[in-house]
Design a binder for this molecule. Structure first.
Ligand code: C2E
Ligand code: CA
Ligand code: CA
Length: 676
């Protein structure tokens, strides 16, 4: 066509020559040669260069490059002739532009065809969307896309690229993709997409912009679609595993901590309460031992199921391991609401379970703690719920109880008893107090009972009832007992050196200590190293300790007696209260329990029994000490019954060694208290 234009100019216009030169656009100059077309007249062929007049008409199009029409004439160009030639040049420019556009389109098409052949065989889904239109319509999808999504190309071409997400719009990855589309950048995200049949698949999506030839405009986006459902489901399983109890599918401690933290954050925000219930099945061990491991596991699963059914979906039920469960109730209005949940749970467990065709009844002990009253953090709440739960166990089980601050001391015993107590021994947090024993006849202090105290750096003074049973369980009672023994001997020595009146000190022995093989030897060594006579010690035992294994008990008691020590039977009246022990064993003293003494002046039976016990003991040559004497009325009665010694708040509470030494030195007597 261009050639023809040049020829026409020469042949019809009578010009010497006409030529067209076209340069390609600047960006792609490298690839294309300059195009030059020349036509020249034969008639003017012989004319010399000097005779010709040149006319250059150029045009320029930013995207199409430059062009130039060059006409040579032997005669000068008239003004209107120039205008006419300019129009021709412009026309040539226009048609050139059209030609280029057409061939470019052709090229794109054939390149796309090539590209799509590659894409057809791709394993990954590919989707090309146009980004020049508002809704990013799909212009191409490959067969893998069809396979993954279940849609055919025909069904999706023209739809917005978003359609795979459906209305599952609350996905973090969507923001990433949207932002990339907006700023025309590459991006990567994992999205929940939906197949034609509605099933979900996880799409690991890569999108990248496709720019036009000039590189300045993004015309398309290519999306690579990877169905990573299998990998994600594996990851989810792993995650589930990390956060759930394998047996019951309930949350494990990990997830529980998260959930409590969430519930607390929420509660802080809207001023509500959070309840934590810690639940421990009663006597589960018996069931496990009786039925075996796997029926036991089935039972735990059923319990888990009932717990889940007793709470709302938004609450958390977790298993801490063994037969311990935790329920977290968020958005509570009041502690009463938590009590309602606790009762509901207990009721649901009270329905029989079927194990191997038999009806089984299961009960649980539940401790309750409420944020913020019982703790600011999950850890504290769990710990306090545990303390409360333990109280339920102690008081008959199958019930729930709210935590109360008085229970706090129990918390350390049970949760970190061993560590704490071990540390207490190392760091000198333990101390021995003395409670005077007063002779009723002369009213003088004749001895004292050594009673251990734990001065905890944070909590303060902890009473032995709160840690002795646990020290026994953990075996720490042995070093603890050693400590008391050495301390008592050392104090006796000090008072002896100070010239105080001689006293006999009573030491409580626990069952475990009593069965210790080297008990007598260790007492001997403590006595020797302090330079103390064995006769200055008394050992207190309870009936339950001596009633089993009579022979060994007798052996041990004789060893103690051989040291010169005396033996007291403690807490008499609480256990078997069998006077036969008094005959059988070499017992020197009997301590009537506080619970007995308490009502002695009100309850005629108690009084009669106390009287009989004292009389009987005396017949056997045994002295009697009354424990827990708090009032003058109690004292008067006991004196009438012929009781030998008194121990109780009426005379003195247990006091530190220094204070006791002071009492001894001052010769404090019962009459001097002004009550006798
Ligand atoms: P226990 O042997 O029956 O000790 C007497 C308890 O009665 C002491 O409690 C004492 O403080 C308390 N008591 C004394 N007089 C009165 C009174 O008038 N009214 C009332 N309400 N209570 C009174 P404590 O010191 O709390 O000791 C509790 C128990 O801990 C002891 O009971 C004893 O079984 C055990 N225990 C204390 N120290 C030791 C020890 O060093 N080793 C061992 N194995 N056990 C110890
Ligand atoms: Ca005692
Ligand atoms: Ca006692």
């Amino acid at each position: 066509m261009l050639q023809q234009q040049c020829r026409l100019l020469v042949e019809t216009g009578g010009y010497r020559s006409a030529s067209l030169s076209v340069s390609p656009s600047t960006s792609s100059r490298r690839n294309k040669s300059r195009l030059k077309l020349v036509a020249s007249s034969h008639e003017h062929r012989n004319a010399s260069e000097d005779e010709t007049i040149h006319l250059k008409l150029s045009w320029k199009d930013s995207s199409q490059g430059r062009g130039e029409l060059h006409v040579e004439s032997l005669t000068p160009f008239a003004a209107d002739e120039r205008v006419a030639l300019q129009i021709i040049a412009d026309n040539i420019g226009d048609s050139l532009q059209q030609i280029r556009q057409a061939s470019a389109n052709h090229l794109l098409e054939s390149r796309l065809r090539q590209l799509s052949r590659a894409l057809e065989s791709s394993h990954n889904g590919v989707m090309i969307t146009s980004s020049t239109q508002l809704d990013h319509p799909i212009v191409y999808v490959n067969p893998a896309f069809e396979r993954i999504t279940g849609y055919t190309a025909d069904e999706v071409i023209g739809l917005s690229g978003r359609f795979l997400v459906r209305d599952d719009l609350n996905q973090r990855g969507l923001g990433t993709i949207r932002e990339a589309l907006r700023s025309r950048r590459e991006a990567h995200a994992i999205l929940r997409n939906y197949r034609k049949d509605g099933s979900l698949f996880w799409n690991e999506l890569f999108i990248s912009p496709v720019r036009d030839e000039g590189g300045s405009m993004t015309t398309h986006f290519v999306s690579i679609i990877n169905d990573v459902s299998e990998r994600i489901s594996y990851e989810q399983q792993l995650e589930f595993h990390a956060n759930h109890d394998a047996l019951t599918g309930l949350a494990n401690r990990n997830l529980l901590n998260d959930r409590i933290a969430q519930a607390l954050a929420q509660a802080r925000a809207d001023g509500l309460l959070v309840g934590v219930l810690l639940l421990d099945l009663d006597r589960f061990k018996l069931i496990n031992d009786g039925f075996g491991h796997s029926p036991g596991n089935e039972l735990l699963k059923s319990v888990a199921h009932r717990l889940n059914q007793s709470v709302r979906d938004t609450d958390t039920v977790a298993r801490l391991g063994g037969d311990e469960f935790v329920v977290v109730i968020g958005r509570l209005q009041s502690a009463d609401d938590l009590a309602i949940v606790a009762s509901k749970i207990l009721r649901s467990l009270n329905q029989p379970f079927i194990m191997e065709g038999k009806e089984i009844f299961v009960t649980a002990s539940v401790g309750a703690a409420v944020y913020p009253r019982d703790g600011e953090h999950g850890e504290t709440l769990l710990r306090n719920a545990d303390v409360a739960m333990y109280r339920v166990k102690e008081h008959g089980r199958n019930n729930y109880r709210f935590y109360a601050p008085e229970m706090t001391h129990m918390a350390i015993d049970r949760l970190d008893m061993e560590g704490n107590l071990r540390r207490a021994l190392e760091r000198d947090e333990l101390e021995v107090f003395y409670q005077p024993l007063v002779d009723l006849e002369g009213g003088r202090i004749v001895g004292a009972e050594a009673l251990i105290r734990w001065r905890h750096p944070r909590i303060g003074m902890i009473q032995p009832a709160e840690f002795i049973p646990l020290a026994e369980d953990t075996g720490l009672i042995i070093p603890l007992g050693q400590f008391v023994l050495r301390r008592v001997c050392a104090d006796l020595n000090e008072w002896q050196q100070a010239g105080l009146p001689p006293v006999k000190l009573s030491i409580n022995l626990s069952a475990r200590q009593f069965r210790q093989d080297d008990l007598a030897a260790s007492i001997r060594s403590a006595l020797d190293s302090a330079g103390i006579e064995g006769s200055r010690l008394a050992f207190e035992l309870t009936e339950s300790m001596v009633m089993h294994d009579v022979e060994n008990t007798l052996l041990t008691l004789r060893e103690l007696k051989n040291l010169g020590a005396t033996i007291s039977l403690d807490d008499f009246g609480t256990g078997y209260s069998s006077l036969s022990y008094l005959k059988r064993f070499p017992i020197d003293t009997l301590k009537i329990d506080r619970s007995f003494v308490r009502d002695i002046h009100q309850d005629k039976d108690d009084a009669a029994i106390a009287h009989a016990v004292i009389a009987m003991a005396h017949k056997l040559g045994i002295r009697v000490i009354a424990e827990g004497v708090e009032t003058q009325a109690q004292l008067d009665l006991l004196r009438n019954f012929g009781c030998d010694e008194l121990q109780g708040y009426l005379f003195s509470r247990p006091v530190p060694a220094g204070e006791f030494a002071l009492m001894l030195g001052q010769g404090k007597t019962l009459s001097a208290t002004g009550q006798s």
